[in-house]
Design a protein around this ligand. Structure first.
Ligand SMILES: Cc1cc2nc3c(=O)[nH]c(=O)nc-3n(C[C@H](O)[C@H](O)[C@H](O)COP(=O)(O)OP(=O)(O)OC[C@H]3O[C@@H](n4cnc5c(N)ncnc54)[C@H](O)[C@@H]3O)c2cc1C
Length: 512
């Protein structure tokens, strides 16, 4: 038997007039832009501060996974993104003689409603995010402005000193990339995994009818480790490891780039070099992601070599995790300590991604012929005809999850509702999804609605959704705004109890 709860009203909290915005986002790369959009969509006022006056055009991410796709969909750019991406099924690793060493892949669409792997052109993604950002009245983007110092604003918030004057906000998030000023100013401890390799990265626009098979390939040739992958429709990405006797300046010139592309039958007659740059691939993560009202996200919090295509994806997951927590805290619907669960939940997944990327890096960054031969012998012996699935990011074990309940911490499926993706129909907040006629305690339901929750009954679940419920033998799944399952329940009474436990997790203001 459950008691009625008092509904926690959403407080009407006018912004403090002396503050520029509720949240200052430092850095407007993909992570800062995603976080800014998610916050502004929830009604939070945001100022995003970016030192570059115009969008950054150098090559970086070309791949995102199904979870990142779903988060971009939550930013309102899903339809645009589906049009500008190339789904790929396999990721082949071969030695210099063409023998397969690894065949990775997760073919087809995932239960999240996105291809397992999508290849894209990062400037197109950033443009789509920016277009969305500019449609949101609560979001202001200040370009050509650099954050140089941070301080307490004397009222529990943060003052950011910038090259264009002070910005005051209730909290600040450093999404300012690998050389994060915010991380440096906070002096957070950093764990460096000691992985440093220089690679030349080249983006090429190819003739439209040109096909590359396999579409994504790593050539683990100790004479020149090389990456050849899709760069989104009409584009290809090559990455060439620098050899010990070479300097970046020697390799990073247009004539030399064409020479390196020539073995792949790529030349000025059938392709155009869009850009090239030498990057040092590194692996490290901050061991502290929050200092009071200042937090870190994306490359500012973790950096990994690109071999698993996860650097940006990990940052996009940070943005999704942080956005709903900041929203609840800034509107007094949850206490500030909820922000502690951000690092608690995200750091294990980020660390796993950094470590997996380094493991793959240690396969390809081998320049010694004998070492490469030994590697090839071991790896080629265990390659099967079907691609091996790369492990998904670990589920959330500790944090805002109902640890005892089935499916808790996993990503929840995205059902299709009459052929339309669930999130496009019902949005991406707290969703209590059920196959039954929902039977919930009225007070419980009202509290749930006060945190933006919605109860959704699926009358005709599609295959992946029905099998998710059947596999866990439950009738209710409580999905967080970042699509992780908080917990599950078998019936209405259990679902009411589940919501009560959620309220406790979010720091219920009084004992129930
Ligand atoms: C060659 C290469 C290939 C990659 N491939 C993939 C891939 O396939 N898939 C994938 O998921 N990831 C990939 N990554 C990683 C991915 O590019 C990054 O993880 C991602 O761009 C990080 O996004 P971010 O928003 O955290 O940081 P950034 O993109 O670095 O953005 C940070 C922003 O902050 C701004 N800034 C910095 N300091 C300040 C300041 N003091 N004040 C104001 N603004 C500031 C910068 O100008 C910049 O615009 C790759 C990276 C490289 C280098």
């Amino acid at each position: 038997m459950y008691h009625d709860w008092d509904v926690v009203p959403r407080p009407d909290r006018p912004d403090r007039p002396d503050r520029t915005a509720e949240v200052a986002v430092v850095g407007y790369g993909p992570v800062g832009a995603t976080l800014s959009v998610l916050l502004a969509q929830q009604g939070r006022s945001v100022v995003a501060i970016e030192r570059f006056p115009t969008p950054y055009r150098l090559p970086r991410a070309v791949h995102f996974d199904d979870e990142a796709g779903r988060i971009f969909q939550a930013c309102g750019i899903g339809a645009a993104l589906r049009r500008m991406t190339d789904p790929v099924d396999t990721y082949e690793w071969r030695n210099g003689a063409g023998t397969t060493l690894l065949r990775l892949g997760r073919p087809g669409h995932s239960p999240l409603g996105w291809p397992m792997s999508s290849m894209f052109h990062q400037p197109d993604l950033e443009e789509a995010l920016d277009r969305r950002a500019r449609s949101l009245p609560l979001l202001e983007v200040r370009r050509g402005v650099e954050v140089v110092a941070l301080g307490d604003d004397g009222g529990g918030g943060v003052t950011l000193s910038t090259t264009a004057g002070d910005v005051r906000a209730a909290c600040a998030v450093g999404c300012d990339g690998a050389d994060s000023t915010v991380a440096r100013l906070l002096a957070v401890p950093v764990r460096d995994l000691g992985f440093h390799y220089d690679w030349l990265v080249v983006d090429v626009v190819v003739d439209s009818d040109r096909r590359f098979e396999p579409p994504n390939l790593q050539v683990c040739d100790p004479r020149r480790p090389t990456t050849l992958v899709s760069g989104g429709p009409g584009r290809r990405r090559w990455e060439f490891m620098l050899l010990p006797h070479e300097t970046a300046a020697e390799l990073d010139g247009e004539g030399r780039v064409w020479q390196l592309l020539a073995p792949w039958d790529v030349h000025p007659g059938n392709a155009r070099i869009e850009r090239h740059a030498v990057y040092t691939f590194r692996a490290r993560y901050a061991e502290q992601w929050r200092a009071g009202r200042v937090l870190l996200a994306g490359d500012a919090a973790h950096l990994m070599p690109p071999f698993a295509g996860q650097g940006m994806c990990a940052g996009i997951r940070d943005a999704a995790n942080l956005a709903w927590k900041l929203d609840l805290v800034l509107t007094d619907r949850a206490p500030e300590r909820l922000l502690d669960s951000y690092q608690q939940e995200q750091l294990p997944a980020a660390r796993a991604a950094v470590e997996a990327s380094v493991e793959l890096g240690r396969v390809i960054c081998v320049l010694d012929a004998a070492e490469a031969e030994a590697r090839d012998e071991v790896l080629s012996a265990s390659v099967g005809p079907a691609p091996a699935e790369a492990p998904p990011p670990p589920r959330i074990e500790d944090g805002v999850v109902d640890a005892g309940s089935r499916g808790a911490g996993e990503l929840f499926v995205q059902a299709s509702v009459n052929g339309v993706p669930f999130d496009d129909v019902h949005g991406a907040g707290w969703r209590l999804v059920t196959l039954d006629e929902p039977a919930l305690h009225t007070g419980t339901r009202s509290w749930f609605e006060s945190i933006g929750g919605k109860v959704v009954r699926l009358t005709a679940p599609d295959g992946s959704c029905a099998s998710w419920f059947a596999r866990h033998t439950v009738a209710y799944a409580l999905q967080r705004p970042d699509f992780h399952v908080f917990g599950t329940a078998a019936d209405g009474e259990e679902a009411t109890a589940l919501l009560r436990r959620l309220r406790l997790h979010l720091g219920a203001p009084r004992p129930m």
